[in-house]
Design a protein around this ligand. Structure first.
Ligand code: FRU
Length: 499
């Protein structure tokens, strides 16, 4: 039975979609059907298609009572919107259906696990949101909330665990047919921890243990965990709130954290070996992964930043929020690598290619422009004994605007900069990332692949060892590209239009 609240949302999004049909949007990044989008939810492969749900407030381009939006795709790039899947329509989720995940049950049904939010009045009259974990079962279109909801509440918390910060379940099915799930939580001292739960059937859940704890290292509350095996290692990803930087890792604010280590399944013991940021740009949060049928681990994040998402470009009124590119993950030498999904190659149109372009100062190259492009730059110094001081590529450029990526080999720092991208606010416009030197970046050798899709740039450095993502909302007619060198650079460029 569909509730009136869900029926209203479905009617509204259909009507609005027609009205805003001509609006500019990203082309191959999923954006909200109408209104607001945040975290990716329920990323799964079901009945021959990838399903992506998302935190959704259809009625305005700002965060509000959370619904789950829904879209499907066969190639992770061409998305088709489906009717909203969940609405805040029950006692236990009346103030929001927060983030969660999905699995396919052995009987072919699609099981969603999400956080139900309901406000509780405090002794001083203020309210606080109580968070519990809930289920909904469906067929890829319509979902029925489980009669036994909530399936995890404060009774399933470890001592001191907060019932107000208990959210974002990510569940998966084990080889033996039973289920595990991780959730974000925090201690009485507001320190992040990841909790592990088990279930024989996906419906009856039991607390197991604290899988990982922050110990005041990386921000405060840990949101949106995911936990999976990859290339002989175990990976825990989470999105900590309120981070402070550590050197060039972990920018201020809500960021992303990847812990790589080992895992003993019998005792559910995760031993950390290394940690890193997942994305070094400005806009990336709350990523979630799916295991593709061919064994690839693919990740999509929300390509926005909580501290700037109330500052919309005036031109974009009816929708806000987009997902990142789907990224194929691997672990190499103890680090997480990310590459754009290979499906993107099928979208490549005309190729424009230059080799051994030696230059200094500013150049433009015929045929190198565009706002929906896949462009790879291979950079080296002309003279190994006299390495250039700075290289930059400027894109989304016209007389007034530009966004840029620059690299300084002496510092081994790559930077994304969008301060000339139309912003009128005193917010973060640049982010820098220290590039490890093993492959010679100090000698001025670097590979930079840039994917543009109207309102975003995702920069993959040295075959995905570092990624910097940033959104910008200048008019897509600003599509110029130019290159700059302080010193002498030699560059290969290959660029494809994406359509
Ligand atoms: C992360 C988050 C989640 C929560 C959701 C609410 O961006 O805060 O923890 O489930 O957003 O929309």
């Amino acid at each position: 039975m569909t509730s009136q609240i869900l029926r209203d949302a479905r009617k509204y999004e259909m009507e609005m979609e027609r009205k805003i049909a001509g609006e500019h949007r990203p082309v191959f990044h999923l954006s909200s059907r109408v209104g607001w989008m945040n975290d990716p939810n329920g990323f799964s492969f079901y009945k021959g298609e990838y399903h992506m749900f998302y935190q959704y407030h259809p009625y305005s381009p700002f965060w509000g009572p959370m619904h789950w939006g829904h879209a499907v795709s066969r190639d992770l790039l061409h998305w088709e919107h489906l009717p909203a899947a969940l609405a805040p329509d029950m006692e236990y989720d009346r103030d929001g259906c927060f983030s969660g995940s999905a699995v396919v049950l052995p009987d072919g049904r699609h099981l969603l696990m999400y956080t139900g939010v309901s406000k509780e009045v405090q002794p001083d009259g203020s309210t606080k949101e109580v968070q519990t974990q809930c289920l909904a079962v469906g067929d890829g279109m319509d979902y029925e909330k489980y009669v036994g909801n909530p399936v995890l509440d404060k009774a399933a918390l470890p001592e001191g665990g907060s019932k107000y910060d208990f959210r974002d379940p990510k569940l998966w099915r084990k080889q033996d047919g039973s289920y595990l799930c991780v959730t974000g939580n925090c201690t009485a001292a507001h320190d992040g921890q990841i909790l592990l739960y088990s279930s024989p059937d996906g419906f009856r859940w039991k607390y197991e243990k604290i899988l990982a704890a922050n110990h005041e290292r990386f921000g405060k509350m840990w949101e949106c965990p995911d936990f999976f095996a990859l290339d002989g290692k175990q990976v825990l990803i989470t999105s900590p709130q309120d981070m402070v930087p550590q050197g060039f890792e972990y920018h201020n604010g809500n960021g992303t954290l990847c812990l790589i280590g080992s895992y003993d399944e019998a005792s559910n013991t995760f031993v950390e070996e290394s940690n890193q940021s997942i994305d070094y740009g400005i806009d990336f949060y709350a990523p979630q992964t799916v295991l593709a049928p061919d064994g690839r681990r693919i990740m999509i994040g929300w390509m926005q930043n909580w501290d700037t998402c109330n500052l919309h470009a005036p031109e974009i009124r009816s929708w806000f929020g987009q997902m990142s590119l789907p990224r194929e993950l691997s672990v190499q030498n103890g680090r997480l690598f990310q590459r754009p999904v290979r499906e993107l190659e099928a979208m490549r149109g005309q190729e424009v290619k230059y080799e051994n372009v030696a230059f200094t100062d500013i150049i433009k190259l015929k045929g190198i422009q565009g706002r929906k492009i896949d462009m790879e730059l291979t950079i080296r110094p002309e003279d190994e004994q006299n390495v250039y001081r700075k290289f930059a590529v400027r894109f989304a450029q016209d007389d007034k605007y530009q966004t840029s990526v620059s690299f300084r080999p002496y510092e081994s720092i790559i930077k994304v900069d969008r301060k000339h991208s139309g912003s009128r606010r005193a917010i973060i416009h640049q982010r820098r990332c220290l590039v490890r030197d093993d492959n010679g970046s100090g000698n001025g050798r670097i590979k930079i692949r840039i994917i543009l899709d109207n309102y975003s740039a995702e920069v993959f450095v040295n075959d995905g060892e570092y990624v910097l993502s940033a959104t910008f909302y200048t008019d897509p007619s600003a599509d110029g590209i130019s290159f700059f060198a302080d010193g002498r650079v030699v560059m290969d460029v290959v660029k494809y239009e994406l359509a």
